[in-house]
Design a binder for this molecule. Structure first.
Ligand code: UDX
Ligand code: UDX
Ligand code: ADP
Length: 470
């Protein structure tokens, strides 16, 4: 019979592990949930008396307030939490490899591996080990091998794949009401029992019909497939946005019309300056790498194009800024509104804003950045990484980070909207206009502002996917 899960350990207190296990604790008061991480300052932030949590996510503080100290704990004592638990989530980071075999494509699995080895080394009783991080197919198999060849006698491990589908900015809602929960297991009696045990945990708040149980590898591949297909929709609509700009069609109208087809559906068809985030590019590159290693070059090329189109969109947008500003931005001053990869998050991983700023800097333009949630230190870190040829001093000569959008736009020739923060809609654009150099340009990379309203004020406005006169 399935284990009745009483204690859960989550290894990795990041964007995935933190919110997911906080919600499990909230919804399952009878289960003790301990989230562990090697990073002491991260754990301290989760435990901070004033709830200044290490990640910004709407609704997360409220969840942690209710559960922390009741049945939700944050700790750096990884071994103790492993040992006490019946079920362990592994939700450590899996960045794209920077060097070695598969560099630039394959996932760096050494965090997963070392967490797995730790479980094998310290566990004194049988556990269900759940792979939660986004990982390439067959990682569960590697985890199983590591656990089986290193565990103590009498310990048995069941491996499950339970990919996370939450999106940043809406994580809490996604966790409260998931479209589906996917659990992959070996189709053996033990595997099915372990799967049923985890399904029982979700059963505390997720309707049964939304908990899908499948084979291990289907589960792993489904995660990559879902992200690849979501990203593909954006690249498809962005490719069409280029046609719109060249012809005078309007991408919003096209998206709307296309999305009305119930087979296509209206969501995720918003043209943009390019998708970002920790998952889309990484997962597609994983899929490309997997396809190549399976000797399926046509399949690899097909998915690769989704990422190529995204790169094209970012450079196309940057070029259009230069062209519109009379073919040179050298020495000009540009305000970039938004730095996060999407609204309602402070996360900047793979954000298009960095690429735009790097492109503007390559032309020796001066850039002033404002974002309501991204930490200033994070912006400097991202920019120094993106511009390896620049020293921090050089960067700081060209880039200014400010805490107010109006100030960001003051005396600038152009404003570039890189993230769809709602507060940019509420900016007093008349005041912005009054304080800008003329002609004053707005480049909307997020289909955010009311272009007609801005034109009435006097702005020249260029919107992604619209071929109209600026
Ligand atoms: C994504 C998946 O949605 C989620 O299911 C998975 O678990 C992790 O990856 P996330 O990256 O957090 O989530 O955010 P998402 O809302 O998917 O946005 C990704 C990027 O696509 C953002 O840069 C966003 O601005 C962009 N995007 C999204 C568009 O450009 N147009 C759209 O229509 C939707
Ligand atoms: C299509 C569009 O559906 C329709 O809206 C448009 O007006 C004309 O083109 P049609 O070609 O008649 O219609 O048939 P459709 O049902 O779309 O199928 C097209 C092809 O795709 C068929 O060969 C079908 O077998 C195949 N298909 C469809 C799949 O292989 N898998 C699917 O999931 C759906
Ligand atoms: P994600 O977006 O996948 O959640 P993050 O980078 O936000 O990724 O979080 C992953 C967390 O996992 C980091 O805080 C990192 O310190 C932690 N981590 C990595 N390896 C281990 C390990 N072996 N033991 C405990 N924590 C780990």
């Amino acid at each position: 019979a399935p284990v009745n899960v009483k204690k859960i350990c989550c290894i990795g207190a990041g964007y995935v592990g933190g919110p997911t296990c906080a919600v499990i604790a909230l919804k399952c008061p009878q289960i003790q949930v301990t989230i562990v991480d090697l990073n002491q300052s991260r754990i301290d932030a989760w435990n901070s008396p004033d709830f200044s949590l290490p990640i910004y996510e709407p609704g997360l503080v409220e969840v942690v307030k209710q559960a922390r100290g009741r049945n939700l704990f944050f700790s750096t004592d990884v071994d103790k939490a492993i040992n006490e638990s019946d079920l362990i989530f592994v939700s450590v980071n899996t960045p794209t490899k920077k060097t070695g075999v598969g560099a630039g494509f394959g996932a760096d699995l050494h965090y997963v591996e070392s967490a797995t080895r730790r479980i094998a080394a310290v566990a004194t009783s049988s556990k269900i080990v759940v792979e939660k991080s986004t990982v390439p197919c067959r990682t569960a198999e590697s985890m199983r091998t590591i656990l089986e060849s290193n565990c103590r006698p009498g310990c048995h491990f069941d491996i499950l794949s339970n990919p996370e589908f939450l999106a940043e900015g809406t994580a809490i809602n996604d966790l409260f009401k998931p479209d589906r929960v996917l659990i992959g297991s070996l189709q053996t009696p033990e595997g099915k029992n372990a799967s049923a045990a985890l399904a029982g945990v979700y059963g505390n708040w997720v309707p049964k019909e939304r908990v899908l149980t499948v084979g291990l590898w289907s589960s792993e591949l489904s995660k990559l497939a879902a992200n690849a297909m979501l990203a593909q929709r954006i690249s498809s609509i962005n490719a069409l946005s280029a046609i719109c700009e060249a012809t005078g069609a309007n991408i919003d109208e096209v998206s709307h019309a296309v999305g009305f087809d119930s087979r296509i559906g209206p969501k995720f068809l918003k043209a943009s300056v390019g998708f970002g985030g920790s998952c889309f590019q990484k997962d597609i590159l994983n899929l490309v790498y997997l396809s190549e290693s399976l000797h399926l070059p046509e399949v690899a090329a097909y998915w690769r194009q989704v990422v190529d189109m995204n790169e094209y969109q970012k450079s196309r947008f940057s070029r259009s800024v230069v062209e519109t500003l009379f073919n040179t931005i050298t020495g000009k001053h540009i305000a970039v509104l938004g730095f996060a990869f999407k609204a309602d998050t402070g996360d900047t991983r793979e954000t298009a804003a960095v690429t735009l700023i790097r492109n503007f800097l390559a032309e020796r333009a001066y850039v002033t950045v404002y974002d309501p949630k991204v930490e200033v230190s994070q912006m400097w870190q991202d920019l120094t990484e993106a511009c390896p040829d620049w020293t921090l001093e050089q960067l700081q000569k060209y880039v200014t980070i400010v805490h107010d959008p109006i100030e960001a736009c003051k005396d600038k020739e152009a404003v570039v909207i890189a993230t769809e923060w709602k507060e940019f809609l509420e900016i007093d654009w008349q005041t912005v206009y009054n304080h800008m150099s003329k002609p004053a340009f707005v480049f909307d990379g997020r289909l955010l502002v009311d272009a007609e309203k801005l034109r009435k004020i006097g702005f020249k406005v260029k919107v992604i996917g619209r071929g109209e006169r600026v």
